[in-house]
Design a protein around this ligand. Sequence first.
Ligand code: R1P
Ligand code: URA
Length: 272
Amino acid sequence: MPGPGTPPIAHGTPRITHGTPHLAAAPGDFAPLVLMPGDPRRATRIAETFLDDARLVTDVRGILGYTGTHLGEPMSVLASGMGVPSVSIYATELLRHYGVRRIVRVGTAGAIPASVALRDVVIASAAHTDSQVARLPGVGVTLSLAPSPRLLSAAVRAARQEQPDSGGAVHVGPVFSTDHFYLDRPAVFDELERRGTLAVEMEAAGLYAVAAAEGGEALAVLTASDHLRTGAELSAAERETCFARAVHIAAAALLADSGKFAQKTPNRNMVP
Ligand SMILES: O=P(O)(O)O[C@H]1O[C@H](CO)[C@@H](O)[C@H]1O
Ligand SMILES: O=c1cc[nH]c(=O)[nH]1
């Protein structure tokens, strides 16, 4: 308990003595560029297949984080868990305390319109949401949650440069980040589809909101793992493996003009 005269520790601004409340990594353990899948097992797979010399840097709550290099550039991968609160915690701690500059989510999503097929990639140029994360408390403002323009254009460039036989289509457009995985709301999806929304998932809006608040750059590159209209879906095993194209595009976006992202000094709140 704080003694008399001890300033209270605000919720969300913990006094850090060892890592952060949710990451056990030491200062400097994360690279400035981070790939962020939802699933910890996907984080391990990305570390094994996309990073050279990857080492585990955190495993608190089973949320696995690794750092290595990709094409010679330091790069990390950290799982986000599911939903806006979870991704917001990890993105905030990375950007605020570990000197991270860019985070690209590599997630799965449910396709909404018939034009998006299973295994297609969706680059989220905006994130609609039913989460409170889009509200600026007290001032009556709803935020437009959008990715970093630089990462978005780099991802689109990388998708255009793919080999013609590399798989299904790559789409660019708005997605819906919802707090509800199981709520059956066909009318909501009809309205969103009319407004050009390509897919539903659960984290992009939270990531974009945190990046805006913390001054970082973010993007979400999603793979359609199921289709809301047809009910078609990938197996759990395929969900784990079919994201390679999305990760290639995401890594290319992270590396855009990355020369300027030499490892930053970790935030002074971080006591080793
Ligand atoms: O596969 P990930 O990245 O976890 O993304 C999607 O899968 C989870 C739901 O099954 C949610 O996190 C949703 O956003
Ligand atoms: O959040 C998600 C992810 C995949 N498919 C969905 O329908 N929702």
